[in-house]
Design a protein around this ligand. Sequence first.
Ligand SMILES: C[S@@+](CC[C@H](N)C(=O)[O-])C[C@H]1O[C@@H](n2cnc3c(N)ncnc32)[C@H](O)[C@@H]1O
Length: 285
Amino acid sequence: MSEQPKDNQAKISNHFSNTIEYWHNLYEDSTYLSQHMANRKKIVLDLVRKYAAGNTLKILDMGCGTGILTRSLLDENHYVASLDCSKQMLEKLEESLKDSNCKTFLGTVLGNVADTSFSAEYFDAIICIGVFQYQLHDDDLLREISRILRKGGFGVFTLPNLLRLNYLLDPFYYFRFFIRTIKRTLPKAMGKDIGTPNALSGEVSETLPYDKKYFMWQLNKSIEMHGLRIKKIVGFGYGPFTFWSKQIVSDKKSVAISNALDRATKRWSFMKYFSNRWVFVVEKT
Ligand SMILES: C[S@@+](CC[C@H](N)C(=O)[O-])C[C@H]1O[C@@H](n2cnc3c(N)ncnc32)[C@H](O)[C@@H]1O
């Protein structure tokens, strides 16, 4: 396993531990982002339902946060374990389940998604939502997902899109991409490890975790190399549209535009190349 520098791990844990309430309430607000996250949750749960095909599964919620998805999976009677590197996130999840008398919760695990203590092929399914972009090395995470997933089991994970429509239409993002590329190239030329060379657009920051965006095909080779096969890619969410990074239509209108483009994507699937995010479903071969 390539080394996951402790400082990025510490940054992730710090950042999320300090923003628990934000993440916990994110799905509930009426903002554009909340609606986008609620859509993400719905798509993930629909896909799990589809590939579970009526079976009760042993699922790992990898990078579970405060357990929004854990609780929904428990409601559907799956056995769920929840792993995160933020102790405070896990405490919030335990607190929310304490009166639920839920018999299928397998418990929380404090740890690193790329290096867990689970035995090989332990899970029927793994969900890893909103997590890849913070890792320095995507390969370490894919390898771990593959290791602890049983043959024929499935994984669901999300990736944010670098070529999303609203970035392509706003010159600000070309400018930002240029600056970030320079910020990445200089330390790398000086021999500093800033992560996988494929990770474009990641912000190299002293305090915040790495936060990168992807091309749709960027992980395809690694996915295959780690014994996984892509079963489905769902693209969703467009906007909010901006000029020089300032939102030009209200959140309400942005949600309506995004929903209309989501409906169009169901018809013209090439549109997903330009959506904000993708949900990938992979199978362990
Ligand atoms: C954006 S939140 C998403 C939470 C949840 N999956 C959801 O969809 O609501 C990302 C979570 O992943 C966790 N995380 C990110 N990188 C991690 C790592 N290397 N090891 C363990 N947890 C990690 C963070 O602590 C945070 O709680």
